[in-house]
Design a protein around this ligand. Structure first.
Ligand SMILES: Cc1ncc(COP(=O)(O)O)c(C=O)c1O
Length: 458
C-alpha cells in the first residue's frame, strides 16, 4: 500500500496492533492517518477532509477543535496535574464533577465513582454488585443479566456482559455469572403480525423465564443500554423498558443503565434513561462526559447500592477497589468544562431539532432498494442494508454490503461505521442541518454507487 519504508503508514504497520481491526488485512491496506480536527470534520495526512459521522467513537459532542476544553486542560495541568482519591484524598475538579453528575442525574443518586473507560466502569459495576450482595448476606445473588447484541466494553467482565460473538470468540468468554437475554430488535425479531407492545411483552416474558430458571435469588442485576449502540443502534420497541422494569422490580433486581453512548444529549434528552422512562440504580457514564478529549468515566450509584457498600468497607476496613487515574484532575476539569458547553450551547436541544431533521432525511431512504430499516432517535441512527427488502436477506456474507457502502462513504468524505450491514450515524452534537444535508447527500451517492454491485444491470 505504500513502498516508502519509513512512511507513517509503513511504521504503523510495523509497530502498531490496532483495536477492532483485522490485523492480517491491515498489513496490506494500512492505516487511515488522521492529522487534525475542525468542528465536525477531521482531516487525514493527505489533506482529505471528512465529516466525522461517528463523532470518533460516538463520543465527541463538542466537535474536534474546542478551544475551551484545551484551555481547561492547560489551566488544570499547570495547577495540579495529578492527584487521586485513595485514602480519603480529594481535589476540586473531582468534587465539582461528582456534585455536578449527581445533580444532573434524572433519578435520585447518592455518589459518583470515577474510572477511566466505559469498560472499567462496567467491570466496577459488576464488582460493586457482588460486594453489595455479600454485604447484604446474599452471597448467592451474583448473576447479571445482559442482552444479546448489547455492548458494554472489552475488559474481562465488560466483554462478558457484551453480547456480541467477536468479543467472546477465542477470548474464552463470557465468564461465569453472566447471562444474556433477548435483543429488543422489533424489525428483525418480531413474529409475523406481532405489535411492538406484544413483542415487548414477549421479551419481558423471556426475561422472567430466564430469572425463574436460574432462581431469582441468584440474580443481582440487569444491565442495558437505553439504545443499543455497537450492536447496531437498536431502538427499543414501544413498552419495552416499562415491561422489563416491571419484571426486575418483581424480583428485586438492580438495574444498571449503560449510558456510555446515550448520556449527555445523544437522544435529544440529557440521558437515554429520560427518553425511555428508565429508573436505574446505577448509571454508567463516559464518552460525551468529556467529549473524549481525555479518558474519564463514572458510575452514579443510588443509596440502595451505596449503603451496603459503605457497611462492607467498614467491616473489611476499606473499599478495596480504585484506579490510579480514576477522577484524574485534568480529565475531570475537561469534563466539567465540556458539560458547561453542552448546557450553554443547548446541545441537547440541538440533538433534538437537528436530530429530527437527520431522522426525517434518513427515513426518506426507506424505500431505496437496498435499505431494510432506518432507525434512530435524536442524533443517533442506523440504516440497515439488505439485498431483499421482503426476506431481509443480506447481500452475500453478512456485513459485505455494509463494508462496500462504508467504503464509498469514505471516498465521499464521510467517516461512518458499519456494524455488519447497519451503517451508523452518530455525529458530533454541534452538527447543523446544512451539515446533516451534506452528510446524507454523500450517503445517497454512496448507496447509488453500491447499487450496481447488488443489482447488476440486466
Ligand atoms: C454502551 C457502551 N458501554 C461501554 C463501552 C466501553 O467503553 P470503552 O471503550 O471506553 O471501554 C462502550 C464503548 O463503545 C459503549 O458503547
Amino acid at each position: 500500500m505504500d513502498d516508502r519504508p519509513n512512511s507513517p503508514e509503513a511504521r504503523d504497520i510495523r509497530y502498531h496492533l490496532h483495536g477492532y481491526t483485522n490485523a492480517r488485512k491491515h498489513q496490506e491496506s494500512g492505516p487511515l492517518i488522521i492529522e487534525k480536527g475542525d468542528g465536525i470534520y477531521v482531516e487525514d495526512v493527505a489533506g482529505n477532509r471528512y465529516i466525522e459521522a461517528m463523532a470518533g467513537l460516538w463520543s465527541v459532542a463538542v466537535g474536534f477543535s474546542e478551544k475551551r476544553l484545551v484551555d481547561a486542560a492547560t489551566r488544570q495541568m499547570s495547577k495540579l496535574p495529578y492527584y487521586h482519591d485513595f485514602g480519603s484524598k480529594s481535589h476540586s475538579p473531582l468534587i465539582d464533577l461528582a456534585e455536578k453528575l449527581v445533580q444532573m442525574a434524572p433519578v435520585p443518586m447518592s455518589k459518583a465513582y470515577f474510572t477511566n473507560s466505559g469498560s472499567e466502569a462496567n467491570d466496577t459495576a459488576m464488582k460493586m454488585i457482588w460486594y453489595r450482595s455479600n454485604a447484604l448476606g446474599q452471597p448467592a445473588r451474583k448473576k447479571i443479566i445482559s442482552r444479546k447484541r448489547g455492548y458494554h466494553g472489552v475488559t474481562i467482565a465488560a466483554a462478558s456482559l457484551t453480547g456480541l460473538p467477536n468479543n467472546h470468540l477465542s477470548f474464552d468468554l463470557p465468564i461465569a455469572n453472566v447471562l444474556h437475554t433477548s435483543t429488543p430488535h422489533y424489525w428483525r425479531e418480531a413474529e409475523p403480525g406481532e405489535s411492538e407492545e406484544q413483542f415487548s411483552s414477549r421479551l419481558a416474558e423471556d426475561l422472567e423465564t430466564l430469572i425463574l430458571a436460574e432462581g431469582p435469588e441468584t440474580i443481582a442485576a440487569f444491565i442495558g443500554e437505553p439504545i443499543m449502540g455497537a450492536g447496531g443502534v437498536i431502538v427499543p420497541p414501544a413498552g419495552y423498558w416499562e415491561k422489563i422494569q416491571a419484571v426486575l422490580s418483581k424480583y428485586d433486581i438492580l438495574l444498571i443503565a449503560d449510558e456510555v453512548i446515550c448520556g449527555f444529549g445523544r437522544t435529544g434528552e440529557m440521558f437515554g434513561s429520560q427518553t425511555f422512562g428508565i429508573k436505574p440504580d446505577i448509571m454508567v457514564l463516559s464518552k460525551q462526559i468529556s467529549s473524549s478529549y481525555l479518558p474519564i468515566s463514572a458510575l452514579l450509584i443510588n443509596e440502595k447500592v451505596f449503603e451496603p457498600i459503605a457497611n462492607e468497607s467498614d467491616r473489611i476496613g476499606t473499599f478495596g477497589h480504585g484506579f490510579t487515574g480514576g477522577g484524574h484532575p485534568v480529565a475531570a476539569a475537561v469534563a466539567l468544562e465540556n458539560l458547561k458547553l453542552i448546557e450553554e450551547r443547548d446541545l441537547v436541544g440541538n440533538a433534538r431539532t437537528v436530530g429530527a431533521h437527520m431522522q426525517a432525511r434518513l427515513r426518506k431512504l426507506a424505500s431505496h432498494p437496498v435499505v431494510g430499516e432506518v432507525r434512530g432517535i435524536g442524533l443517533i441512527a442506523a440504516v440497515e442494508l439488505v439485498a431483499d427488502q421482503t426476506s431481509k436477506a443480506p447481500w452475500g456474507k453478512p456485513g459485505a454490503l455494509g463494508g462496500v457502502v462504508n467504503g464509498f462513504l469514505q471516498q465521499n468524505g464521510v467517516i461512518s461505521r458499519n456494524m455488519g450491514d447497519a451503517i451508523a450515524f452518530c455525529p458530533p452534537l454541534i452538527i447543523t442541518e446544512t451539515q446533516v444535508d451534506t452528510l446524507i447527500d454523500a450517503f445517497e451517492r454512496s448507496l447509488a454507487a453500491a447499487l450496481p454491485q447488488v443489482r447488476p444491470p440486466g
